[in-house]
Design a protein around this ligand. Structure first.
Ligand code: ZN
Length: 282
């Protein structure tokens, strides 16, 4: 086994109608995890994929951004181990503020499935840096605000093909979260993806199936549809009433006829609209 080609394992965690992926990159002598999922059971399953299926040591965890469904599983994933957990300072700061803000609602939705013990990344990294584990190079790109306050992606080359772990910069045909108010920057980040990658690139998103660069055009249209319809419904008003909010969600479900991660779209809609107005998006 002189030349070992890294193998990418996807784990899709499902809690009720909520889908979130984490990924394991198997190297010759170990495993690098990308994100940790949200729940107690899902992060334990992810850990058991490493211990019982792949049977190689966990070398590091790379975190894409600070939304709870990507980091609250870290304690279970790394339980009993001393491994580096890498993220940008922006993602760590955001995770810490999210942890305070979202704990009550997470307990309400997920109950005992929401981990009581949460830990945060322990190694601060910067965009443009490459971090090597077991001879495999992982390049970090920091996109700044987008779906969260600081979106990042980790990429590696396998046999000349780029494999990019995009976190939530892309949702593959699942509804999206605009509550952090950075829809305009998000669109710019999508343009950046088109500059950076081409038709040969493999993209791994935390919501939905792995895909190619063509997904960027779909995703751009989803964001533009949301902004455009919201603008047209607001017509200078500062908020929408319940019927109007339902109509907006109906239009988005007409654009994307499913209810996958729909609660991300409907979460705190009044606050979402207020923030998008404050940021000049609508
Ligand atoms: Zn997110």
């Amino acid at each position: 086994m002189e030349n070992f080609t890294p193998v990418i394992h996807r784990y899709e965690a499902t809690v009720s109608n909520f889908f979130v992926n984490a990924f394991l990159v198997e190297t010759k002598n170990g495993v690098v995890a990308i994100d940790a999922t949200l729940a107690v059971s899902s992060s334990r399953t992810l850990r058991s994929m490493i211990d019982d299926k792949i049977k190689k040591p966990l070398l590091a965890v790379l975190v894409t951004h600070g939304h709870p469904d990507h980091f609250t599983g870290l304690a279970e994933l790394t339980k009993g181990l001393d491994v580096p957990i890498l993220a940008t300072q922006g993602a760590i700061d955001f995770a810490m503020s999210e942890d305070k803000e979202k704990e009550p609602i997470a307990l309400q939705i997920f109950g005992d499935e929401f981990p009581k013990k949460r830990i945060f990344p322990n190694k601060v990294v910067k965009g443009g840096e490459t971090h090597t584990f077991d001879g495999v190079n992982f390049l970090l790109t920091d996109y700044g605000p987008g779906e969260s306050d600081d979106d990042t992606a980790w990429s590696l080359d396998i046999d000349g093909i780029k494999h990019v772990f995009l976190g939530d910069i892309i949702h593959n045909h699942m509804h999206c979260f605009f509550r952090d108010g950075h829809a305009i920057e998000w669109l710019k980040n999508l343009d950046r993806l088109l500059d950076q990658y081409d038709h040969t690139t493999s993209l791994y998103t935390c919501h939905g199936d792995p895909c190619g660069i063509e997904i960027v055009y779909w995703h751009r249209a989803y964001i533009q549809a949301f902004i455009g319809i919201l603008k047209s419904m607001l017509k200078g008003k500062s908020s929408l009433n319940e019927d109007e909010k339902n109509a907006l969600v109906g239009k988005m479900q007409s654009f994307l006829p499913n209810d996958k991660t729909l609660f991300l779209l409907t979460y705190e809609m009044d606050k979402t609209i207020a923030l998008l107005r404050k940021n000049g998006v609508v």
